[in-house]
Design a protein around this ligand. Structure first.
Ligand code: ATP
Length: 898
């Protein structure tokens, strides 16, 4: 059997010994069969959180709630006083209340758990002689893994190959500087520190630069930090501001309710009512009036919202982000890949001696032609054009295999052009001696290479942004002769590049030479990258709702502006990365207000841009995909990473991951964010009005020295409706057009606003008046009978159902919303009504709730009466709509006319 190796042992062994011990093969890796066997022994490379408590224990812990204990106490007292009916009724009611609370809490826990599984880490692993990408949880000890910049280390790995490899271990060591990694075994005494073990890459750390390979020595629980991971995973996620404010609201309401309930009980006692009855009513009222379910309903609604967003391809990593989504008023978006497809195709090649070729055919299959003045380009007829592509191919890390691109699209596009010119294999004629990879700061890539067989003649091949390349050029190519680069020529090349940019092309310049300070400029390559479908529409929607979009790109001004125009992004001015560097913070903040297009920007500028925008009170969403974007993603209010093209580092730092890299997905997520907040408001309104109505009803009847209109069990039943399915179903109301069109919410805005409270009080007043009236009517005979309370109770419940219906929207009428658009709501209300019918007609429940069968005419009467709460709310909404349309019109009239 293969055992896992401890990191402090493996670091002292040679990599060959480790490979031998793990029975692994550096060339072929493990076979799939072997991996499957090892997985059976070692399990998945994951941390399963054991269900710490069995379900029955969790269920029983619900009874620990002091209020429930009080109720249980009163059931026991009833038992001793031989009031068996009361004892049974209270017990049944308690069981129902506790079960509903338990199911709610369980659901919320499960949905939170599901969130953590939304972004499973991946790995690149050698199996059966081929590198494959699969889920990191499938890794087993002995697997050969390749690591490159931006990756998350998928298991504990003994490194046997490292090029410039540096790993960020700050999550374990606190050390912010990335640790350099080597392959040699450690000598001397035993290494104790993570920092000492330079040949080990630890699970969960992040590759900051370079690349390397290694063999897995420990997975899952057997990894060095398995224990820490388990603790981290088991830890409860921090509460969102909304959850916190809901808990606070719950506590405040509890305090008020307790005071009122105390007063009710004391008054009842002074009036000489039965103490036990008053106690039961008091405690039930406490259970009912205190919206203890509020924070749970909020959590479930947020979690369900997150799952809904995941279905739309936006992964929100933390619950609090959902709240911020509706507040974002600026989104800074990368251009390539997010606004455009990142599917590059070379369409124009312009040589330094004035030849211009057009390329046809899309994609990387190589179908199409490169044509200059009607003839297909070849080395004989257009050597300068051929030289441009030759440099592009040599200074290139991509590959096209069976029409499929492996590597960057920019480089792939050049290779595809080379295939069309039958030049793909020209790379094989050279030996690469050194490479200076492309990065977004230098905006160029250099390769030093020599022709095979003539290794002494070394040449630099360079491609990159025009102005950067020209900085290194002293000459230019004219029909095979290298001439000095005059200012006039320099300006000509720059203006050619600008012209290409203006037509939306991404432009790369190429040059070569024997020294980097003495290059010869050869020409320009222009490639198209079409805008993504749906992005223009998404931008229009976002702009209409008051969200500003800023395009950030490493590309040139002309290209950026051209694409921006195509996407409907109007800019009063543009801002370059250089300007961002040179402007003072105040000047930058002022310029940013007017600028929509920021060009030649690199990741390091993003952080300053965010800070400047945030200083004016904006809530900023920022996209990013590279390792260097991590800081910006963290400092933005919402960091947005790219699921497909993004590095693990950026995904780790981000709050939202767009699975399809598309800005449109972000727009959909923001809509959901707004809808969730809106829905939370709706059920808060529902819960508050029910709670206030129940309290007021009992308070008034007690002070008016009337008998109790509802008994304890009935109050508890109302609590189930209030905290249970109908409230929850208001949380899943589908996204409504009007909500989406609302401008971003102020981050400081509270859930409980003045209009919301007006609605709550209005509904509560109608419910209380109507219910009291029914009670008074039934009491005409001056005797309190089960029929009287059944009528009052049913009246309250029906009022509540109609109230729930009007709570579905703050502004829209039910006709505009559509009666059947929220199926969950229909089911919840239908279920509650069915429950009410059972309570009224089903003998065992009649006994529990002390009810009596009602006539159909009673129901007709009650439905007519209770619909008033709905009708009043609809009329109010109608007035508000008409008034707001008029106000809008009024506001649009120019001030001269007013
Ligand atoms: P963003 O993704 O932020 O919208 P971008 O992808 O357009 O920006 P960069 O990738 O930073 O921007 O590219 C900036 C410029 O660098 C390009 O206009 C191009 O001239 C040059 N460039 C891009 N990729 C390469 C490459 N692989 N090799 C050499 N030069 C490149």
């Amino acid at each position: 059997m293969i055992n896992c190796l401890k990191a402090d042992e493996a670091c002292h062994m040679t990599s060959d010994d480790v490979l031998h011990l793990m029975r692994s093969d550096i060339q072929h890796g493990l076979s799939h069969n072997d991996a499957a066997v090892r997985q059976r022994i070692h399990g998945l490379n994951d941390f399963e959180i054991n269900e710490d408590e069995p379900l029955w224990k969790k269920y029983l812990s619900q009874f620990k709630d002091p209020l429930i204990m009080l109720l249980l106490g009163s059931a026991i007292v009833s038992l001793f006083m031989r009031q068996f009916d009361d004892a049974i009724s209270i017990t049944v009611a308690i069981i129902i209340v506790v079960t509903v609370a338990f199911v709610q809490e369980y659901r919320s826990e499960k949905s939170l758990e599901a969130l953590t599984k939304l972004v499973p880490p991946k790995c690149h692993c050698l199996r059966n002689g081929k590198y494959e990408t699969f889920l990191a949880r499938e890794l087993v000890p002995g697997d050969i893994v390749s690591l490159s910049t931006g990756d998350r280390v998928p298991a504990d790995i003994r490194i046997f190959e490292a090029f410039d490899l540096a790993i960020d271990e700050s999550s374990f060591t606190g050390e912010t500087e990335p640790a350099r990694k080597l392959t040699e075994s450690l000598r001397g005494e035993k290494a104790f520190n993570v920092t000492d073990m330079q040949n080990i890459a630890f699970m969960g750390t992040l590759v900051r630069c370079g690349n390397g390979k290694g063999v897995v020595i420990g997975t899952g629980d057997n990894s060095e930090f398995g224990e820490i991971f388990r603790i981290m995973k088991a830890e409860e996620p921090p509460k969102t501001p909304l959850q916190k404010s809901m808990s606070l609201l719950g506590k405040q309401l509890s305090a008020y309710s307790f005071i009122v309930i105390g007063l009710i009980m004391v008054t009842g006692w002074i009036q000489g009512r039965k103490l036990l009855k008053m106690f039961n009513i008091g405690v039930s009222l406490a259970v009912a009036a205190i919206p203890e379910g509020l924070p749970i309903v909020v959590t479930v609604t947020l979690a369900i919202g997150v799952m809904r967003m995941a279905k739309k391809k936006a992964i929100v990593k933390k619950l609090p982000i959902v709240e911020t989504l509706g507040c974002v008023n600026v989104i800074c978006s990368d251009k390539t890949g997010t606004l455009t497809k990142n599917e590059m195709t070379v369409t124009r090649i312009v040589s330094s001696d004035g030849d211009e070729a057009e390329a046809t055919g899309l994609g990387y299959s190589g179908t199409g032609q490169v044509v200059c003045r009607g003839e297909t380009v070849n080395p004989e007829n257009h050597p300068s054009l051929v030289k441009i592509v030759e440099i592009g191919v040599i200074c290139n890390n991509a590959q096209i295999v069976d029409g499929e691109l492996h590597g960057q699209p920019t480089e792939g596009a050049i290779l595809a052009a080379a295939v069309k010119m039958d030049m793909y294999s020209i790379r094989n004629q050279y030996i690469r001696l050194q490479e200076w990879p492309f990065n977004s700061d230098t905006k160029m890539m250099t390769v030093k290479a020599a022709v095979r067989g003539n290794e002494d003649a070394q040449t630099y091949f360079v491609k990159g942004a025009v102005e950067r390349i020209l900085q290194h050029c002293t000459k230019f190519n004219e029909r095979g002769v290298l001439r000095p680069l005059t200012n006039q020529q320099y300006n000509l090349f720059v203006s050619q590049a600008k012209n290409m940019g203006r037509s939306g092309l991404r432009v790369l310049a190429t040059a070569y030479g024997s020294s980097m300070s003495d290059l010869a400029f050869v020409g320009l390559i222009g490639m198209i990258d079409p805008p993504r479908e749906g992005v223009k529409e998404a931008i229009t929607i976002l702009q209409e709702t008051g969200v500003e979009i800023k395009m950030l790109t490493g590309d040139s001004e002309e290209t950026a502006v051209s694409i921006a125009n195509r996407l409907g992004l109007k800019s009063r001015r543009t801002l370059s990365g250089e300007e961002v560097d040179s402007l003072s913070f105040e000047a930058l903040t002022a310029s940013l207000i007017e600028s929509t297009v920021l060009y030649r920007v690199s990741p390091r500028h993003k952080h300053v841009i965010i800070k400047a925008l945030q200083s004016t009170g904006q809530i900023v969403g920022m996209t990013g995909d590279g390792v260097n974007d991590a800081v910006a993603l963290k400092s933005a209010d919402i960091g947005i990473a790219m699921g497909r093209s993004g590095t693990d580092v950026s995904k780790e730092a981000a709050d939202v991951i767009l699975v399809d890299d598309n800005l449109r997905t972000m727009e959909a997520a923001m809509e959901e964010g707004k809808a969730i907040f809106h829905n939370i408001r709706n059920f808060v309104r529902f819960q508050l009005s029910t709670s206030i109505a129940a309290l007021t009803l009992i308070t008034i009847s007690t002070f008016a020295n009337l008998p109790n209109p509802l008994n304890a069990m009935q109050i508890l039943w109302i609590n189930i409706i209030m905290d249970g399915p109908p409230a929850q179903s208001l949380g899943v109301e589908p996204v409504d057009d009007d909500t989406i069109k609302q401008p971003p919410r102020k981050a400081t805005e509270s859930i409980i606003t003045r209009p919301l409270m007006t609605n709550v009080l209005l509904s509560a007043t109608i419910i209380v008046s109507g219910t009291l009236w029914v009670f008074w009517r039934e009491m005409a005979d001056n005797k309190i009978t089960p029929r009287d309370t059944t009528m009052t109770f049913t009246c309250f419940v029906l009022f509540d159902m109609f109230n729930a219906l009007s709570c579905r929207s703050q502004k829209k009428s039910i006709l505009q919303l559509g009666f059947t658009t929220n199926r969950t709501f229909l089911l919840a209300v239908g279920g509650s009504l069915l429950g009410q019918l059972l309570v009224v007609y089903f003998p065992p429940l009649q006994r529990t709730f002390q009810t009596e069968a009602l006539y159909i005419t009673d129901f007709i009467f009650l439905i007519t009466l209770t619909s008033s709460v709905f009708i009043v709310s609809e009329v109010k909404k109608w007035f508000e709509r008409v008034y707001s349309v008029k106000r809008d019109r009024f506001e649009r009239i120019p001030s001269d006319y007013v």
